[in-house]
Design a protein around this ligand. Structure first.
Ligand SMILES: *Cc1c(COP(=O)(O)O)cnc(C)c1O
Length: 367
């Protein structure tokens, strides 16, 4: 049996007619940027997340970069200031910080949840610390009341990287509305994915929203008047139209992911393999279903030979990458252990019961 990690073709097929109609509507309209589709998607997404504003941008990295740029333009942050961030995040979270001349302060995750260990944060706060960026990695909420308290007590901004967790709910509120501002990615493989690159920023802070929107549009609010050194990071009308269709089905898709996760968690039983810990089912949208195994590469090969395609999120942590040579000698043992042991099983709303069954049986027979 062949079990793809994620069949985007099947994901699209679920709503193909509606998506084709949306794409054709844009093609026929003759209007391809900053039009009705953008406004409609932004309104729908802000209402879904529970913020006053959503700003469509070109991709998730831009969303995060624009957030820090906005704080700098508003004199809330300055180059050299520090941002606390989990050490085991995807590199985009870190790039957004360093691209703005800010300094990432890497904090180890918990080996149980893979989220930043909030008991370690306070020791990393210095007079230059301006923000904590939480990352809802793998689709599990990283927000805690302790992080909120730290931000309040130390006067720090709480920023969310919500690239992997659209739809995630913490005590009735969606991730992306828990901090002051959040970056979202609609990369095709994300839970809410476009047909190419796309992203968004959400916030209920009007001044920040206006600044991000202006910076993403050449630093301009009024045509040919440039107030700030901006850039071009806009969401295409075609992508906005596709995303508006897919947003309607996001919660149903997440439920399908949860039922796959439920089967994996209930029925994978192999003492060589550590299953992920779920703190609260509403607060996990299972973008990734990571298991850990000391012989990870061997397990991956074993599953591949059976036709089960897995991925590694991620094989090398940011501080061990060549682009961040200056940190290569830093010791972050939990982060490094996660990167050497973690393996992502097939996970999507379109896996069949037979495929899930086959993955469980195969993982159980490993060893
Ligand atoms: C995907 C991702 C991003 C970046 O999104 P792009 O749209 O690919 O630029 C940022 N942070 C995290 C945690 C991600 O997974």
């Amino acid at each position: 049996m062949d079990v793809p990690f994620l069949s985007l073709k099947d994901v699209t097929q679920q709503h193909a007619a509606e998506i084709h109609e949306a794409v054709n509507r844009v093609v026929d309209s003759g209007w391809y940027l900053q039009g009705k589709e953008n406004s409609a998607f932004e309104a729908a997404y802000a209402s879904y997340i529970g913020t006053r504003h959503a700003i469509g941008v070109a991709n998730g990295l831009d969303a995060l970069e624009l957030i820090f740029r906005a704080y700098i333009e508003m004199d809330i942050m300055a180059p050299g200031d520090e941002v606390i961030v989990p050490a085991n995040t995807y590199i985009a979270s870190i790039l957004a910080i360093t691209a703005n001349g800010l300094v990432p302060v890497l904090v180890e995750p918990s080996i149980e949840t893979y989220q930043m260990d909030d008991s370690l944060i306070e020791a990393h706060i210095t007079p230059r610390t301006k923000a904590i960026m939480i990352v809802h990695l793998y689709g599990q909420c990283a927000y805690t009341e302790h992080v909120e308290d730290l931000c309040r007590n130390h006067g720090l901004r709480l920023i969310e990287d919500n690239a992997q967790a659209h739809g995630c709910i913490f005590q009735g509120r969606r991730t992306g509305s828990l901090g002051e501002i959040a970056g979202h990615s609609f990369y095709p493989g994300k839970n809410l994915g476009a047909f190419g690159d796309a992203g968004a920023v959400t916030t209920s802070n009007q001044a920040l929203a206006e600044m991000v929107r202006m910076l993403a549009n050449y630093g301009s609010k009024k045509k040919y008047v440039f107030e700030r050194l901006g850039r071009n990071s806009r969401l295409d009308e075609i992508q906005a139209a596709v995303l508006a269709v897919k947003l309607k089905y996001l919660d149903a898709d997440i439920d399908l992911r949860r039922s796959v996760a439920r089967s994996y968690l209930d029925r994978i039983d192999n003492n060589l393999i550590t299953l992920p810990q779920v703190l609260d089912w509403k607060a996990h949208v299972f973008h990734i279903f990571p298991v850990r195994c000391a012989r990870r590469d061997d397990l991956q090969k074993y599953l591949e030979n059976k036709g089960i395609h897995t991925l590694i999120h991620y094989p090398v942590p940011p501080h061990k990458q060549e682009c961040y040579k200056e940190w290569n000698s830093i010791n972050l043992p939990i982060t490094e252990r996660i990167h050497s042991e973690v393996l992502s099983l097939p996970m999507s709303p379109v896996l069949t019961a037979d495929q899930v069954e086959f993955v469980i049986k195969s993982v159980n027979s490993y060893g």
